[in-house]
Design a binder for this molecule. Structure first.
Ligand code: ADP
Ligand code: TRP
Length: 321
């Protein structure tokens, strides 16, 4: 079973990325062949700072290794290192109906959020389809927000197969992490780099505490009962604490007499402890210059080996060869 996913290196990794993408895929290491790439071509649709892009790719690679990515078992590469992604995208774009792209909500959401529209942002899902189809991925673990892009990937593969022959491309399955589907950010909306509401996983202690204290709460007085089900604090705490600890916090919410600041402190401690072993590993990786570049170079080599024959098959099927 080949499992593939992409991460946009458009910023530092946050808790949403961790539970929505990284943890599910790292948990699959050993159960299948894991392919994980850093989607720098996608990041270009909303990032115009060259140094930031370069650095973000490296930082994401370091963080993934720190989180437990094992380069012996998992192929990790930089999207732009493998030209097949962009090459296949062009072919896919020639069968993709305009109407399919026009229905993509991520594009609308991004432009409504103020990201300036460009054709790359609009055709982003076609590049994503190429990322997946070039590797004949069986499973694509992503957050709920990516479900529509996965459906579009299947639609595009079906179009190719209808036009150029069944079996030209293989249809992937999405794998949505239902229980942690959308991790909320500080403001209670989806945690996202583009919304500035993130809690980054390797923040220094002080910064992390400050960030957690910024979680938006209502003005319920300290002594009054509070609604745990409406609270971002509880929603995040769930990810780091045991079921009993969560129940305890919920009971204290309902009982009243405890302020939000106290709950936030408890959440901060849980996050800090959870990431302690990964922080340690990260320090070790940072102390080995050149290591990350080696991992990425070897990953790109293995990725080309897999995508090359698939893309060449498509070239032949469509008549480019
Ligand atoms: P961002 O929205 O911060 O730019 P990306 O678009 O780079 O994050 O997302 C990378 C991966 O992390 C994707 O698979 C996405 O579904 C997942 N992801 C991002 N934010 C969240 C979230 N808040 N909850 C769950 N998964 C998320
Ligand atoms: N669009 C995905 C996101 O924003 C990142 C991505 C790019 C991706 N290509 C992919 C995810 C291929 C899975 C498969 O999260």
């Amino acid at each position: 079973m080949r499992i593939l996913t992409g991460l946009q290196p458009s910023g530092i990794l946050h808790i949403g990325n961790y539970f929505g993408a990284i943890k599910p895929i790292l948990d699959l290491q050993g159960r299948g062949e894991v392919f994980l790439f850093l989607a720098d071509l996608h990041a270009l649709t909303s990032l115009t700072d060259a140094n930031a892009l370069r650095e973000n790719v490296r930082a994401a690679a370091v963080d993934l290794l720190a989180c437990g990515l094992d380069p012996e078992r998992t192929t990790m590469w930089r999207q732009s290192d493998v030209a097949y992604h962009a090459e296949l995208m062009w072919i896919l774009s020639t069968v993709t109906p305009m109407g399919l792209m026009e229905r993509m909500v991520a594009y609308k959401e991004k432009t409504q959020r103020g990201i300036s529209s460009n054709v790359g942002l609009f055709t982003y899902p076609i590049l994503q389809a190429a990322d997946i189809l070039a590797y004949e991925a069986d499973r694509v673990p992503v957050g709920k927000d990516q479900k529509q892009h996965l459906e579009a990937t299947r639609d595009i593969a079906i179009k190719i197969n209808e036009a150029f022959g069944e079996g030209t491309l293989k249809l992937p399955e999405a794998q949505i992490a239902e229980d942690v589907a959308v991790v909320p950010g500080l403001d209670g909306q989806k945690m996202s780099k583009s919304y500035g509401n993130t809690i980054d996983i390797f923040m220094p202690e002080k910064a992390l505490r400050k960030r957690v204290m910024q979680i938006v709460t209502d003005s319920t007085p300290l002594e009054d009962p509070k609604d745990p089900d409406a609270s971002t604090i509880v929603a995040l705490y769930r990810l780091f604490a045991t079921a009993e600890q969560v129940q305890q916090m919920k009971d204290e919410f309902r009982a009243g007499g405890v302020g939000y600041g106290h709950f936030k402190q408890r959440l901060f401690e849980a996050i800090w402890e959870f990431y302690a072993p990964m922080r340690q590993r990260r320090e070790e990786i940072l102390a080995r210059p050149g290591y990350v570049d080696e991992v990425l170079a070897e990953g790109a080599r293995r990725a080309r080996e897999v995508a090359g024959p698939v893309v060449e098959r498509v070239w032949k099927a469509v008549g480019l060869r």
